[in-house]
Design a protein around this ligand. Structure first.
Ligand SMILES: Nc1nc2c(ncn2[C@@H]2O[C@H](COP(=O)(O)OP(=O)(O)OP(=O)(O)O)[C@@H](O)[C@H]2O)c(=O)[nH]1
Ligand SMILES: [Mg+2]
Length: 445
């Protein structure tokens, strides 16, 4: 890890494509200066980790970081974030290095962005804009695209002033005429209308998804959501558990749309497992808001599999970031199994001690999976009841239902019919209540 300097330093975070090129043979990838900010009382090492991740985000978005600038200051400047002097320095540097855009690790206010762009004579973006850009590039389904567009519009709306030069002239055309009407106002109105339209569309999709999830609930299978930091190996795990073909890639935010598959636990119970969008530090709230319908899958889950990349430099930071988002979407209370993945690349024993009841796996080399499945089963069983049912011989379909939806622990023929002891969840239980003899006890037998 490079030493933090007041001064800018070059190529501090490894091979991030920072080579200087002449115009001939120059790739058309955007050239970027990344800016980190250490305020008083903030841990420098964690800022450096964040900037390293920002460089990775920028790379994923398709641009090259050619310089990293770290500014230390007691508090951000309200007008220019880094301070006017530093901003001038960054401008000089951008000129020298033929840089296209300056990206800040922290969220800029619309005013700061406007002022910085005036000083830089080029775009000043923040981490949120980069993440939104990656999401926009990765969105492939209509729902994903709508969610990302909504987040982008909500990010851009308060920043329209930033493009004042283009928006100050009088506009023409239908709906644009009127006293004192400027293009800015027209654009704002158009964007607000678009936001409302997208919100309506997403609500409709959300309703459809809710119906599907209701259907799933009526099939009495419990549902498990795979959550975690981006690139932790969530999709790899789903593919392994369900023999599915979710997109796996060594890039950030490869998955945007949830994918649900049914799997069988070793005890025979069927459950639904859903792969979900990855989280990241400082995940833009506009995205969390726009992805609400997608994240419903998480909120409605009986259990969360929280996947952590144990080979990452700071798994604890990632765990905290994920838990923060879970809290934001109202999923903090859902029981969770913490899963340390990529154990083929690192020794997770310290983490296992630090987080009791966690499990270490490698989705890649397929180790620890049996343990993971029994941890899932154990956790789910806690919310299942063990009951005894008396099922008349002529109700074969009811007996089949018990076998399908629950775990049969004992079954014997009596004079009146079949006596069955089974582990069932509350949904099955409510349907089978006419056949209930007694409750064998909670939390297992
Ligand atoms: N060494 C190792 N690599 C793994 C393991 N699991 C996943 N990977 C790799 O990690 C990268 C990310 O895996 P994904 O399954 O796409 O991760 P994800 O959590 O779904 O990521 P996003 O959808 O982008 O949030 C891929 O290159 C995988 O091959 C593992 O157990 N060990
Ligand atoms: Mg994925």
């Amino acid at each position: 890890m490079p030493e933090i300097e007041e001064k800018s330093h070059r190529g501090g975070f490894g091979d991030l494509g920072g080579e200087e090129r002449g115009l001939i043979g120059r790739s058309f990838r955007e050239r970027i200066i990344a800016v980190g900010f250490v305020t008083e009382g903030k841990d420098e090492a964690s800022v450096l980790l964040e900037v390293e991740e920002l460089c990775r985000l920028i790379n994923t978005a398709g641009a090259d970081v050619v310089e990293i600038v770290i500014q230390k200051k007691a508090s951000p400047d309200p007008a220019t974030f880094v301070g006017k002097g530093k901003a001038r320095e960054i401008y000089e540097l951008a000129e020298t290095l033929d840089v296209d855009t300056v990206v800040f690790n922290d969220e800029l206010t619309p005013g700061q962005q406007f002022n910085l762009e005036k000083i830089f004579h080029r775009s000043a973006l923040d981490r949120t804009a980069v993440i939104l850009d990656i999401f926009a590039q990765n969105a492939s389904t209509p729902e994903g695209k709508a969610q990302v567009e909504l987040a982008q519009l909500q990010y851009r709306l308060p920043r329209l002033r930033g493009q004042g030069r283009n928006y100050s002239q009088q506009a023409g055309g239908i709906g644009t005429r009127g006293p004192g009407e400027t293009k800015l106002e027209v654009d704002r109105r158009r964007l607000v209308r678009r936001v409302h339209k997208l919100e309506r569309q997403l609500k409709a999709v959300g309703g459809h998804r809710k119906n599907q999830s209701k259907k799933r609930r009526h099939s009495y299978n419990q549902s498990v959501a795979i959550v975690g930091y981006t690139n932790a190996g969530k999709s790899t795990l789903l593919n392994l558990l369900a023999d599915s073909d979710a997109v796996v890639a060594d890039r950030l935010f490869a998955t945007l749309d949830p994918l649900t598959r049914r799997i069988q636990l070793p005890g025979g119970e069927s459950i639904f497992v859903t792969d979900t969008v990855g989280f990241v530090q400082k995940l833009p709230h506009q995205l969390v808001e726009a992805f609400k319908t997608t994240l419903d899958v998480v909120i409605e889950a009986d259990l969360l599999l929280h996947i952590v990349d144990s080979s990452h430099a700071s798994p604890e930071t990632q765990i905290l970031a994920v838990r923060r988002v879970l809290e934001e979407i109202g999923a903090a209370e859902i029981p969770e199994v913490l899963v340390f993945n990529k154990s083929d690349r690192s020794d997770p024993s310290e983490l296992l001690m630090l987080y009791p009841d966690s499990v270490a796996i490698s989705a890649y080399s397929e180790t620890g999976i049996d343990k993971l499945l029994s941890a899932i089963a154990d956790q789910l069983r806690v919310i299942w009841d063990v009951v005894e049912l008396a099922i008349p011989f002529d109700k074969g379909e009811v007996l089949a239902q018990v076998h399908r939806e629950g775990q049969v622990l004992m079954e014997k023929a009596t004079e009146e019919g079949m006596l069955v002891q089974a582990r069932l969840d509350s949904f099955s239980l409510s349907r089978l209540s006419p056949f209930l003899v007694s409750e064998g006890g909670r939390n297992g037998i």
